[in-house]
Design a protein around this ligand. Structure first.
Ligand code: ZN
Length: 332
């Protein structure tokens, strides 16, 4: 099996170069990938900041290119650390912007949708027992991060399953909802390279964040249920190299996916045990599992808990009790 370093070298030999762009977020740097082909392509952009822009320009320069030369920007999903610079890049280069068709409306309406997202998250947190002062504080944090995002005008909508043709390669476009509803991976079957962004990460599990559906409907997504289905499909790909959105290349994706699935099973049983003791809110369960992190990272941990509760509800092991104000879960 390849080492991560050898994987980067092999990808580079195929014209795919990792650019590591700084972000202000806890996750650290984000990986963008330069594909030296026709059109000259960049997969993801990094967040909207002067520092990220400088770094992008410098790292493109190391490969003999500049932002102005870019001809196509591919966006892997709707999160701002991956797409914040897209408008600036387009202004400089006139590049086309490609993304999965179901995300087009959402990407175009960034500001309005971010506002709706915050409202949606606040309601979800309150319904699941997170105290109001915490919810208000987290909304403030979310608002302050918005400046790192941007709207994106997609000029090249992609269909799930279509092959995006560059001169020297074809990238199969595969929808992989879970981490976000717009997560898309790009599969080069000939070279057995998968550009996976945040769908699969080497050292941390991708958070299946609960979101508003892309079609604007009111019902929340079952992020973890969708994510597991997506992971199973990715496991079937005979990939040799998986290029993630953060960290080093993955060279044994099937084993890593199996690990993630085992961890999900374990956490699911733990949550079932907690609910068997007595009915609990999602937030109470998160506090049992993560202590104070359940407050500072309330939405993220709540998403994890609700995801596992969705799985348990689907197995008829757990049911919701709604007192009109908060939702509690009890063993069925
Ligand atoms: Zn993401």
């Amino acid at each position: 099996m390849l080492t991560p370093d050898a994987a980067l070298k092999r990808a580079a030999a195929h014209g795919i170069h990792r650019l590591r762009i700084p972000t202000p977020f806890a996750v650290g740097r984000v990986n963008c990938y330069l594909i030296e082909d026709e059109p000259l392509t960049l997969v993801d952009t990094g967040p909207n900041s002067g520092k990220a822009l400088d770094e992008l320009q410098r790292q493109l320069g190391e490969h003999g290119h500049s932002i102005d030369d870019l001809e196509l920007v591919i966006l892997t999903h709707q999160h701002i650390d991956h797409l914040g610079l897209v408008e600036i890049i387009v202004e400089h280069s006139g590049a086309e912007v490609a993304a999965i068709d179901i995300a087009v409306r959402r990407l175009a309406n960034f500001t309005e949708d971010a506002e709706l997202d915050d409202e949606f998250s606040a309601q979800l947190m309150l319904r699941n027992g997170i105290p109001e002062n915490v919810v208000i504080a987290l909304q403030g944090v979310s608002r302050s991060f918005r400046a790192w995002g941007s709207r994106a005008r997609v000029t090249r909508p992609l269909r799930d399953g279509e092959v995006l043709r560059l001169r020297d390669r074809g990238l199969e476009v595969l929808s992989r909802p879970g981490h976000s509803p717009s997560d898309t991976v790009f599969w080069d079957a000939q070279r057995r390279i998968l550009i996976a962004a945040d769908h699969l990460l080497p050292t941390i599990s991708s958070n299946p964040l609960i979101s508003r559906p892309l079609d604007g409907s009111a019902e929340r997504t079952q992020a973890l249920v969708a994510y597991i289905e997506s992971l199973r499909r990715t496991r079937e790909l005979p990939a040799e190299i998986v290029l993630p959105g953060h960290g080093d290349p993955i060279t044994d994706h099937a084993a890593l996916i199996d690990e993630r699935l085992v961890k999900t099973e374990r956490r699911k049983r733990k949550i079932l045990d907690l609910v068997r003791e007595r009915p609990r809110t999602g937030h109470e369960i998160a506090q049992e599992l993560w202590g104070n992190v359940a407050v500072t990272q309330a939405f993220l941990t709540l998403s994890e808990v609700i995801g596992h509760l969705d799985l348990l509800t689907g197995e008829d092991a757990v049911r919701e009790i709604d007192d009109g104000k908060v939702v509690r879960y009890e063993a069925a």
